[in-house]
Design a protein around this ligand. Structure first.
Ligand code: HEM
Length: 525
């Protein structure tokens, strides 16, 4: 090969690769969604790299490796240059404020979240720095305006769920249905089923005094979601190629499949939640859609257990810290026929104010619930949000807005009872979500929490264990779509409660004859 040919060839290759980079951004990546294709792009990229290299060797090119590296560098160099230019100067979100690196790439957000996994604190900080509308990604806004939930979730919203909800693909849980299509029939099944136990199976944690392996699985699996949430495409790549993430995620998925599989193939007669889901699929008269059933099993496990457990932990913290509140709630419970009077518990004024305040300050889904505008865009307050924008509405910050809640960061249950003036605007209080995708397990979840606390408060004095300051539960809390609280050591001292024992005897007999499934929901979901 002549010297001229040797030096000119890489330039020709570099130029061709750069044009490919420019075109792939402007014709492909700038349009539509690509998160599900991310693993395929990685495979194709590797294949192109190896094929090009082998082809150059076959053609007798001594500089095959240099040429290949030049091509890769030119392709990605131009791709990123084009992306950077577009995102910083031409993108419809350019006029919104936000940190420079967040505007460039969501990878920076992942990088910021990954060490401590406290996305709720990162976003809260950005609110104070940049105001109510912050550009937290190339095409993402995080909104701290009190009207946000109404607009993105209300009955007439045009928003859909963001690509994050494809995380379970190819499984489709009820909460993975991103558009209206097919949602209503699945929702009806859930609404019917949610008076019941989830899988009619206890994990025996209380008997064995240890975490069930499956609960540990849940914590580990959700942990990965925590830091990859800002970039769903990265999660799909990691679940496909990174051995540790793949193992953790697959174990969680397999666990959900096995729970539903047991119900499908072992012919368990009890009518629990999964029974109604399986029945609904069977009634379609088609081949069973296992991806729907496995997806819903996943949803039951995550949405049904973690949420209740986390609310209980935050409530126990509030009770241990505020003993006088235990006394007030105990007095209210005493006014009922029995501690497990489900309807009565739902009407206790201070008890429910206490729960409202707990869920306001410590929402179980602190930043999750990401939505997306469609082709028409939306307006929140006076601000127009362009089409195809991802919208994050962090409950953690919204329900602590000083403009809406007086002394917003203080735990004051009375704002829900005798001091209503302390709530200036209730809209940002949205612990169960609103609209079409509001939580179908709200009543069940609240019932579980009330019943569990009712028995604990009636029977025990609740205090921090010796050496427990009550701070780790929040200091170590991570955000994995649902909140993952840190450790909290609580001491339960049995009270001398003749009233309680009398009531317990009575109510056990009553509940056997009416609904025996209530407690199973707490332990087995
Ligand atoms: C205190 C307990 C609970 C809280 C605070 C809670 C909160 C929430 C929130 C905030 C959402 C919206 C998430 C999103 O936008 O993606 C949600 C959705 C959901 N929850 Fe709950 N939840 C609780 C208990 C339960 C229970 C017990 C179940 C059922 C077993 C359940 C099932 C679901 C399902 C299936 C969805 C998805 C609905 C949809 O996207 O259409 N939840 N929940």
């Amino acid at each position: 090969m002549s010297r001229t040919a040797e030096t000119s060839l890489p330039i020709g290759i570099a130029a061709t690769a750069a044009v490919a980079g420019l075109l792939s951004h402007n014709l492909l990546f700038i349009r539509g969604e690509h998160h599900l294709s991310a693993p395929t792009y990685v495979r194709l990229g590797c294949l192109a790299f190896i094929s090009f290299f082998l082809l150059r060797i076959k053609n007798g090119q001594e500089l095959a490796l240099l040429e290949t590296i030049t091509a890769v560098a030119a392709y990605f160099g131009m791709l990123f240059a084009s992306m950077t230019l577009y995102r910083l100067t031409f993108h419809p979100l350019c006029s919104f404020p936000g940190p420079f690196m967040f505007r460039l790439s969501k990878l920076w957000h992942v990088f910021r979240v990954s060490p401590a996994r406290k996305n709720y604190l990162i976003l809260d900080q950005l609110h104070y720095q940049y105001g109510d509308f912050v550009r937290t990604g190339p095409s993402e806004l995080t909104v701290f305006h009190p009207a946000v939930f109404e607009v993105i979730g209300g009955a007439r919203t045009s928003c859909i769920k963001a690509p994050w909800y494809d995380m379970l693909y190819p499984m489709v849980a009820i909460n993975s249905i991103r558009d209206k299509e097919g949602y209503a029939p699945r929702r009806r099944v859930w609404d019917t089923a949610l008076n019941l136990k989830a899988f009619n199976k206890s994990f025996g944690m209380l008997d064995k005094h240890e975490w069930s392996g499956s609960v540990q699985l849940l914590r580990n699996g959700l942990g990965i979601l925590g830091f990859m949430t800002p970039a769903p495409w990265l999660a799909h790549v990691a679940f496909t190629f990174a051995p540790k993430s793949r193992l953790l995620w697959q174990s969680l998925v397999n666990f959900a499949k096995s729970m539903m599989g047991d119900r499908l193939y072992k012919d368990i007669a009890k009518k629990d939640v999964s029974y109604w889901m399986i029945e609904a699929e069977r009634q379609k008269g088609e081949e069973l859609n296992l991806n729907n059933l496995y997806g819903d099993a996943f949803a039951v496990i995550i949405a049904g257990s973690h949420t209740v457990a986390t609310t209980l932990i935050f409530s126990l913290h509030g009770l241990a810290k505020n003993k006088h509140m235990q006394d007030r709630i105990r007095a209210e419970i005493k006014s009922l026929v029995s501690w497990d009077d489900v309807e009565g518990l739902g009407e206790l004024t201070f008890f429910n104010a206490f729960l409202n305040e707990t869920m306001r300050l410590y929402p179980v889904v602190p930043t999750g619930g990401i939505r997306m505008t469609k082709t028409e865009g939306i307006t929140i307050g006076d601000t127009f949000i362009p089409p195809e924008t991802t919208i994050v509405a962090p409950r953690y910050s919204l329900s602590r807005l000083e403009s809406c809640f007086e002394r917003a960061s203080e735990f004051i249950p009375e704002r829900w009872t005798t001091k209503p003036e302390m709530i200036k605007d209730k809209r940002p209080y949205n612990p169960f979500n609103n609209g079409r995708h509001s939580c179908p397990g709200k009543n069940l979840g609240l019932m579980e929490v009330r019943l569990c606390l009712s028995i604990l408060i009636s029977r025990f004095d609740i205090a921090f264990a010796p050496g427990e300051s009550g701070t780790d539960v929040f200091m170590d809390m991570t955000d994995s779509f649902t909140a993952n609280p840190g450790a909290l050591n609580i001491m339960f001292s049995e009270r001398n409660m003749p009233d309680y024992d009398a009531n317990r005897q009575k109510s056990t007999i009553e509940s056997r004859s009416t609904s025996g499934s209530v407690y199973g929901g707490v332990m087995s979901a």
